[in-house]
Design a protein around this ligand. Structure first.
Ligand code: ADP
Length: 296
């Protein structure tokens, strides 16, 4: 049967229908309107989901359930978003209860990176792995942990909130120095104009000395976080997704190199470091995976 996936983000909400093979049957997206209350947003999301079902001749009431991927910190036991930095107006909002009023189906919610990890296990780059970590390097950094054949959610759904690993003696969190935002900020400061993270990586590849130095530092920081995760959790694989992973091979070879030199134990030094398989619709498929895959 079919699952509804809803990926709530700070700028948009992606929603759609996903079958048991992980295929997206229909999808849409809505702007996250921070000028209205979250109650109004869940009503809009529900309306959009109903409309999409109708347009595609799909019976919503026959679907298996709704999976929600949402930014942390959240409280999956209470069905709430506690304090996600990019969704301030949603702090404390009981999103599961509110959506359930409009869409009477079973609902499961996990943080978005945890949901994406489950999707990589389901149909992605970690199908064969019983121990892996999914890392998304985008506006911030998030991670999902899969260990001993299980998705590790923690007691409230916040396990794997790796963006706040400390990778610098000054106490700076990982995402402050190793995310797409970190690249954009530092590149713009160095060049005295607005520089996107994509452009910074391109300039580095062309040999620009300042951008090369910046990018090498960012890769090293990405490697440091990976090493900490490897030392603590002993995965056989790290799957990296998110906008910054589009940089591709330069990033992956730099991280492999750093890990091979710095992980504590010999097996850790050989941890596979691979790109995420799910790129397009990753958030939506991750959310639907919460319904299609029995992970509890
Ligand atoms: P979100 O954070 O909303 O999930 P993305 O995963 O696309 O969105 O991540 C956005 C971040 O990734 C931005 O900081 C952006 O600069 C960076 N980014 C997106 N595409 C690329 C690319 N091709 N190369 C390098 N950085 C990128």
């Amino acid at each position: 049967s079919i699952a509804v996936g809803i990926d709530i983000g700070g700028t948009k909400v992606a929603y759609g229908f996903v079958n048991e093979q992980g295929e997206v049957l229909a999808k849409g997206s809505l702007q996250t309107d921070l000028a209205v209350t979250p109650d109004v947003m869940t009503e809009r999301i529900a309306g959009a989901v109903k409309q999409l079902a109708e347009q595609n001749g799909l019976a919503l009431e026959a679907m298996k359930g709704i999976g929600i991927g949402a930014p942390g910190p959240l409280d999956t036991r209470g069905g709430k978003l506690t304090c996600p930095p990019n969704l301030k107006s949603w702090w404390g909002f009981p999103v599961v209860e509110s959506l359930g009023k409009h869409l009477p189906l079973p609902i499961r919610m996990e943080n978005d990176a945890t949901a994406a990890a489950l999707a990589e296990k389901w149909i992605g780059a970690a199908r064969e792995d019983e121990h892996f970590i999914f890392i998304t390097i985008s506006t911030g950094i998030g991670a999902g942990i899969y260990s001993h054949g299980r998705l590790i959610t923690g007691s409230t759904g916040n396990a794997g909130d790796a963006g706040f690993l400390i990778v610098d003696p000054s106490g700076t969190p990982w995402e402050t120095v190793a995310s797409g935002t970190a690249v954009t900020r530092q590149a713009s400061e160095l060049l005295g104009r607005d520089v996107s993270s994509k452009e910074a990586f391109e300039l580095a590849a062309q040999g620009d000395p300042q951008m090369s130095e910046l990018v090498a530092r960012v890769f090293r920081y990405i490697g440091m976080g990976c090493v900490s995760l490897i030392n603590v959790l002993d995965p056989s694989k790290i799957v990296i997704g998110g906008g910054v992973s589009q940089v591709g091979e330069p990033l992956f070879s730099a991280v492999r190199q750093y890990v091979s030199e710095n992980a504590l134990n010999p097996s850790g030094r050989e941890t596979a470091i691979v790109p995420a398989r799910l790129q397009q619709d990753a958030g939506l498929i991750g959310a639907a995976a919460l319904i299609q895959v029995d992970y509890t």
